[in-house]
Design a binder for this molecule. Structure first.
Ligand SMILES: [Zn+2]
Ligand SMILES: [Zn+2]
Length: 217
């Protein structure tokens, strides 16, 4: 059985596991912003420069602009994200891009390594200085640096610590780069493989109800 998938529609496998908690990355970021937004940029911690935190009436227009590269647009609109139940609320938005994106990723990993099950730590070794790690490579592209410029350190760290992010991958699959491992929620996933959003959970010839596995999540 084949189903049509519109761009931006939640892949079926993510829908079955997370329900309506699975959203596009851009929707998730907007949802995380403190409400109500800061009334004017002069009162904002960006001191009038203008940032995501004081662009309350149009955060989507701040995040996605006409002139943005296609890869960036795809990152925000074709990646999916699920905020953890345990995530604290973002109380105030402070815009700060002092760190590079690579520093953000490494500092986040160093904050949570050992005390948190988060795929961002996969294959990361604190003692090794030259890291080669697939997740690190995926999260430090120029596309992610632009995303970092728009949302700042604090929100980026929050995303990596508390949000499961699934990047679009080859053949309609998605690849999890942060958050609680999806393979812990569903035994059908292997540890390293991308999330197959095209094959997983299609009706089995034997008629087994694999979907029932997810009734508790
Ligand atoms: Zn601001
Ligand atoms: Zn499953």
């Amino acid at each position: 059985m084949k189903r049509k998938r519109k761009q931006g529609r939640i892949p079926e496998v993510l829908w079955r596991i997370y329900g309506n908690r699975a959203r596009t990355l851009v929707e998730t970021v907007i949802d995380l912003l403190p409400k109500p937004p800061v009334s004017s940029s002069d009162k904002c911690r960006c001191k009038g420069i203008g940032c995501l935190g004081c662009n309350g009436s149009d955060p989507k227009g701040f995040l996605l602009r006409q002139s943005d590269p296609k890869d960036y647009f795809n990152l925000l609109t074709r990646s999916f994200a699920v905020v953890s139940d345990k995530a604290p609320r973002v109380q105030s938005f402070s815009f700060d891009v002092r760190w590079t994106q690579e520093q953000v990723v490494k500092k986040t990993i160093e904050m949570i390594i050992g005390n948190n099950q988060n795929v961002i730590c996969n294959g990361y070794n604190l003692r090794q200085c030259n890291q080669s790690n697939k997740v690190l490579d995926l999260l430090t592209t120029s596309t992610w640096s632009l995303f970092h410029d728009r949302i700042g350190n604090e929100l980026m760290v929050h995303l990596f610590k508390f949000v499961s992010i699934f990047l679009p991958f080859a053949c309609g699959n998605h690849y999890q780069v942060s958050g609680y491992p999806i393979n812990e929620l569903c035994p059908k996933f292997s540890r390293e493989a991308p999330v197959s959003t095209s094959q997983h959970h299609l009706p089995q010839p034997s008629g087994n109800q694999v979907n029932d596995l997810h009734s508790t999540f």
